[in-house]
Design a protein around this ligand. Structure first.
Ligand SMILES: NC(=O)c1ccc[n+]([C@@H]2O[C@H](COP(=O)([O-])OP(=O)(O)OC[C@H]3O[C@@H](n4cnc5c(N)ncnc54)[C@H](O)[C@@H]3O)[C@@H](O)[C@H]2O)c1
Length: 279
């Protein structure tokens, strides 16, 4: 009997596992993801089409089933630490590092090609201080991570663990992309009326529109070869729109995955900017 012609890979929908599927960031991605990918959704909370699983407490054997046959894992699951004192914050964020490590390991063990994770600019938030003091013009993904809180520290840990999984020292090279999202929401100027101007400027610099956020994740999922100049498939990209005031560099995202943001906070919020900063 004649064998059926294999379907070219480019015409197959990628099989994507989305963790944290009932969360805020996932909610922005899902309308497009549902069209674009063969999706598997996971969260500790139930939701439309969501398989309920706990990525921290679940047995590796049970969780492994979710990673089988998956091309790309998009990790947006996030455990919100309870309590405000430093020890509670540290303990809570350590659980997020544990969850990220489990996702990398399960992906490596079950043949997943790539992990795309939601990170944050807070992994290097301290640099905002010299920027606003006029002592630095730009922050790039190559600057040494300098978090100034436990949330950012955990994200910096996601990133350095990601490099370890990508460099091949554990056997296969797992492709890893970390997206340092900054301000993924519409900016309510009313909240900044009585604030120093630089707080509002910081939001404008970090804005990412919903359609740019979706594009950034889609390009991170779909880009072909992402090896760097040393053959390591690991990248950190800032998640911002094409903002006139930005100081977080996205030149590597433009180059490596072809990210072409369509929005600019300067135009999107022109009327608010004239009112708040005009004088
Ligand atoms: N929302 C923002 O403004 C923002 C900005 C920058 C970066 N980020 C990053 O994006 C990621 C997602 O943020 P979000 O705002 O969507 O958070 P969220 O709290 O809205 O969503 C996180 C989801 O993860 C799920 N979850 C928690 N523990 C889990 C576990 N053990 N197993 C499986 N699922 C679990 C939660 O139920 C929730 O649905 C985080 O890493 C966050 O740091 C968010």
């Amino acid at each position: 009997m004649r064998q059926a012609e294999p379907v070219p890979e480019s015409t197959l929908k990628k099989r994507v596992l989305l963790t944290g599927a009932t969360g805020y960031i996932a909610g922005q991605l899902l309308p497009e993801f549902r069209e674009r990918y063969d999706l598997r959704l996971v969260d500790v909370r139930p939701g439309d089409g969501v398989e309920v699983a706990d990525l921290l407490a679940g047995a590796a054997g049970d969780l492994g089933r979710l990673f089988e046959g998956v091309d790309v894992v998009v990790h947006t699951a996030y455990h919100r630490p309870a309590g405000d004192d430093p020890q509670a914050r540290y303990d809570g964020e350590r659980r997020n590092v544990d969850m990220m490590q489990r996702v990398y390991q399960l992906a490596l063990d079950h043949g997943v090609r790539r992990v795309v994770a939601a990170s944050t600019n807070q992994a290097a938030k301290w640099y905002e201080q010299p920027y606003f003091q006029g002592l630095r013009d730009r922050v790039t993904p190559d600057d040494y991570p300098r978090p100034d809180n436990f949330y950012g520290w955990a994200k910096a840990a996601y990133e350095s663990l990601g490099f370890l999984y990508a460099c091949g020292s554990l056997g296969r090279k797992l492709e890893v992309i970390q997206l340092r999202i900054v301000v993924p929401r519409e900016i309510d100027a009313g909240k900044f009326v009585d604030q120093p101007a630089h707080r509002y400027v910081r939001e404008l610099a970090g804005y990412i529109s919903e359609r740019d956020l979706r594009q950034l994740f889609a390009r991170s999922i779909e880009a072909g070869d992402i090896d760097d100049e040393h053959g390591v498939p690991f990248h950190i990209f800032y998640g911002v729109s094409d903002n006139a005031r930005t100081f977080w560099s996205i030149t590597n995202a433009r180059r490596v995955i072809g990210y072409q943001p369509q929005d600019d906070s300067e135009r999107r919020f022109a009327a608010d900017i004239a009112r708040l900063l005009g004088g």
